[in-house]
Unconditional design. Structure first.
Lengths: 300, 388
């Protein structure tokens, strides 16, 4: 972990990282020596760190020589090899620029950046390969999967350069994603999930054997609708405008929006997609804890 | 203190109160734009309700207050002393109020003296009664009854009969001690400087002085001369019946406070003739003599030569009295029986006159308006509401 990630990650998210672990939810892959099954031993032989033994770690991974010297159990993380590839799909369409009036500098995209940076840090810690796909200005940009610190920096750079704007791309524009994200790869989408095309893409990816998760990022205003008086609501992506009295629209909106969220959750669950919701004024680590909990260690 | 408006029509300016109300309502119609991606789930198509919601209520209240005060300012507000129902009993110095019955029980007892002091104070016996009565009438509210207790002989009157804006309960009490009348003036001492052929005039003047001497033993025979000699300082009046210019010495003698009488041929070049006023008129109204000031003295110019054929009045039996009245204008009478001087009821409504005692509130209102205007500007510019 470097300080570059700190620019994206709030402290509470950084503190939550040790309790998280990226894992494929596909049961086909049995757990082996490493955290993930491996077919290519040559990759990822990069020493990262010693870490203290935690109950549940495989006894064979303890560095006994170090134990002899220090009388403590350490686990050599560098021994891990992993074929797991994490893809982060960050929605940076125009609606991601939205923020709450209470905290106008903290947009949806900022939250997505923080979550993506946290996942990059997780993957780096676990030695996994990771790649970044961003959707901005109607185009798909991809940082090819890789591992290591330089790959992390490439991802941070891409996140840093990311500017929200434009609509969701059409199907042809998303084709490179299919070429890059292989079967069995872990894919996490960060976005507002308001575009039906984005949800349909997740469904198709899941159906094609990708391990798909998603975090829907909402603003507190979408959750609470705290407006009163006349408002001219504007959708920056479609350009639609609606002039209405907010107080009169509140009950209807909250009901409809709740139903829409339930429907989305049901649809994603039906497609086998892990789903969590993040609201901008809630702690950032909650969705990650929900999606990537540290495995319960029931004996070795 | 009572409050009154001198120009209530200006309250029509209160219609301007609608302007800030409209302004603050019009602001209400503005819609705040907001980016909101979840727009598609808002199904309400209610137009924003045009509820009567006034924004910036403090500012609105301030503006309404400001306009109200401006309208009030235009209406010229005044405050007047509370009309006192207690009657005022004013005693003219010299009268004894104990001799007057009956008197109002609850009354304000004052002297008729400058400042209208209470009866306990000591005041001078000589007061300008007429002037004080008019002042009192202007000061007192018109509803206050006024009782005046006057001695049977009033002194300190002036040329105009007192006429007040109210009915006055006028009581007189008999007094025995009268203020001594002014001493009678001595008869004027005459001098005559005539041309040689006008010697007959001297006879007329001697006859006049002789007539004066019937009532005034001290009247002195005129100093008559045909020469151009300037008369002595004891002479009061000089009849200058010489042709040609009046010498400078005679002029200086007159300007020391004496009277110079001249005939038409006399020439006295300098001096504004238009300041002359008609002094003596014939029975048909034609002017017989004019008078004008000359230094401290005065110049009486006869319109006709002082001869019986041109001035028949010279032969009238009352000529001595007329001449004396011309030369010694007596003072206007200042004393009169109080019964005869009962104040008249003025046709002028006293309401308009009692407003003299009203104090205008406009300067204070102007100050208040200026302060409020500053506060309003401060509020209106400091607010972040419209800039947000």
């Amino acid at each position: 972990m470097s300080d570059v990630g700190a620019r994206f990650m709030p402290p509470e998210l950084r503190e939550a990282l040790p309790g998280l672990r990226l894992a494929s939810r596909r049961p086909a892959r049995a757990r082996g020596i490493g955290q993930h099954p491996s077919r290519s031993r040559g990759e990822g032989l990069e020493f990262s760190e010693y870490r203290t033994y935690e109950p549940g770690d495989d006894l064979r991974r303890i560095d006994w020589k170090l134990y002899a010297r220090s009388d403590r159990y350490f686990v050599r993380e560098a021994e891990r090899e992993s074929p797991l590839t994490l893809w982060l799909l960050v929605d940076a369409s125009a609606s991601m620029e939205q923020s709450d009036a209470a905290r106008p500098r903290w947009t949806r995209l900022d939250a997505a950046r923080a979550l993506a940076a946290a996942c990059v840090a997780l993957a780096l810690r676990q030695g996994d390969r990771f790649g970044l796909a961003t959707v901005a200005a109607g185009r798909l940009e991809i940082v090819p999967a890789g591992s290591g610190l330089r790959q992390r920096d490439r991802c941070h750079l891409a996140l840093h350069r990311l500017q929200a704007g434009g609509p969701w791309p059409d199907e042809a524009g998303l084709r490179p994603l299919w070429e890059r994200v292989g079967a069995g790869d872990l894919l996490l989408m960060l976005g507002d999930h308001f575009e039906a095309a984005g949800v349909a893409l997740l469904e198709r990816l899941a159906a094609a054997g990708r391990d798909v998760s998603s975090v829907q990022i909402l603003t507190a205003e979408e959750r609470d609708f705290p407006f009163t008086g006349g408002y001219r609501f504007r959708d920056v992506e479609s350009g639609a405008e609606l002039l209405t009295d907010a107080a009169a629209a509140r009950a209807g909106f909250l009901e409809d929006f709740r139903i829409a969220r339930l429907q989305l959750a049901a649809r994603l669950a039906a497609a086998g997609i892990g789903h969590a919701t993040h609201v901008l004024d809630e702690p950032l680590d909650t969705p990650l804890r929900r999606l990537f909990p540290a495995p319960r260690r029931s004996g070795a | 203190m009572t409050f009154a408006l001198l120009f209530p029509g200006a309250l029509a300016a209160l219609a301007a109160l609608g302007i800030p109300l409209l302004l603050h309502l019009a602001r209400r119609a503005e819609q705040r734009p907001l980016d909101f991606a979840a727009l598609r789930w808002i199904r309400s198509r209610h137009r924003p309700a045009r509820r009567v919601v006034l924004e910036e209520r403090r500012l609105l209240m301030l503006r309404l207050l400001l306009l109200g005060l401006v309208a009030l300012f235009l209406a010229e507000p005044v405050v007047r002393p509370t009309p006192e129902s207690r009657p005022w009993v004013v005693v003219v110095p010299g009268a004894d109020p104990a001799e007057v019955q009956p008197l109002p029980e609850e009354a304000e007892w004052r002297w008729l003296a400058p400042g209208f002091p209470a009866l306990g104070a000591s005041v001078s016996a000589q007061q300008p009664v007429s002037s004080l009565l008019r002042e009192l009438d202007a000061l007192l509210p018109s509803s206050t009854p006024l009782v005046v207790i006057a001695p049977s002989v009033l002194h300190g009157l002036d040329g105009e009969r007192v006429s007040l804006g109210r009915d006055v309960d006028w009581r007189t009490v008999p007094v025995t001690a009268s203020v001594p009348a002014g001493t009678r003036m001595p008869a004027p001492r005459l001098a005559l400087r005539h041309a040689d052929e006008r010697g007959a005039v001297a006879g007329y003047l001697r006859a006049v002085v002789a007539a004066w001497r019937l009532r005034d033993r001290d009247a002195v025979a005129p100093d008559v001369a045909a020469a151009l000699r300037v008369p002595g300082p004891e002479i009061d009046t000089l009849f200058w019946l010489q042709p040609g210019n009046v010498p400078e010495a005679v002029r200086e003698w007159t300007e020391a406070g004496r009277t110079l009488v001249v005939e038409p041929p006399a020439v006295l070049t300098d001096g504004p003739e238009e300041t002359a006023v008609a002094l003596w008129r014939a029975a048909d109204g034609s002017v017989l003599a004019t008078a004008r000031p000359l230094g401290a003295g005065r110049l009486i110019r006869l319109q006709q030569p002082l001869r019986p054929d041109t001035l028949p009045q010279l032969l009238e039996p009352d000529f001595p009295a007329v001449l004396r009245a011309l030369l010694q204008p007596g003072p206007a009478p200042v004393s009169a029986p109080a019964e005869a001087q009962r104040p008249l009821r003025s046709p002028v409504d006293s309401d308009g006159r009692s407003s003299l005692a009203a104090r205008s509130l406009q300067p204070w209102l102007a100050l208040l308006i200026a302060l409020l205007l500053l506060r309003e500007r401060w509020l209106a510019t400091a607010t972040r509401r419209w800039t947000a």
